[in-house]
Write a new protein. Structure first.
Length: 133
């Protein structure tokens, strides 16, 4: 996961739980270091069901993120498969014509095809304040 440890205003516990949507991000694996990997191909599949709430848009979601990682030297990672999936909630509201967005996800499974670098546990809760394209 490619992000500096102090990127969430120096609060390392929140840095490990924050998901920045976009290419190269696998929810559920946010707190792990994959150094010296320097290449990733990733994708995701999300399904959402909107709930009938009037004052804010609420949706129940499922997500599946997956990818393959490499380091260009080929010494450490050589197309290893990683992935995670789970369930969550999306909250959307427009205030003064500005969108507000909160996503709360709970990973339920992961794929980790990297020998010698085990995952001990899944992240408890992952949050995001942005929506990917």
């Amino acid at each position: 996961y490619l992000r500096h440890p102090e990127s969430f205003y120096g609060i390392s516990n929140m840095t490990n739980r924050y998901h920045l949507p976009g290419d190269g991000n696998i929810r559920g694996l946010t707190g792990l270091s994959l150094m010296p990997a320097n290449a990733i191909i990733s994708g995701n599949l999300e399904l959402a069901y909107s709930l009938p709430v009037t004052f804010v848009n609420v949706a129940v979601t499922t997500f599946n993120d997956f990818g393959m990682i490499w380091d260009q030297s080929g010494e450490n990672y050589n197309g290893n498969i990683i992935g995670a999936g789970g369930v969550g909630f999306e909250f959307k509201k427009s205030v003064y014509h500005k969108p507000l967005y909160l996503r709360i996800d709970k990973p339920l499974w992961y794929v980790w095809d990297i020998a010698g670098a085990p995952i001990n546990e899944l992240q408890d809760i992952i949050i995001s304040f942005e929506k990917g394209l």
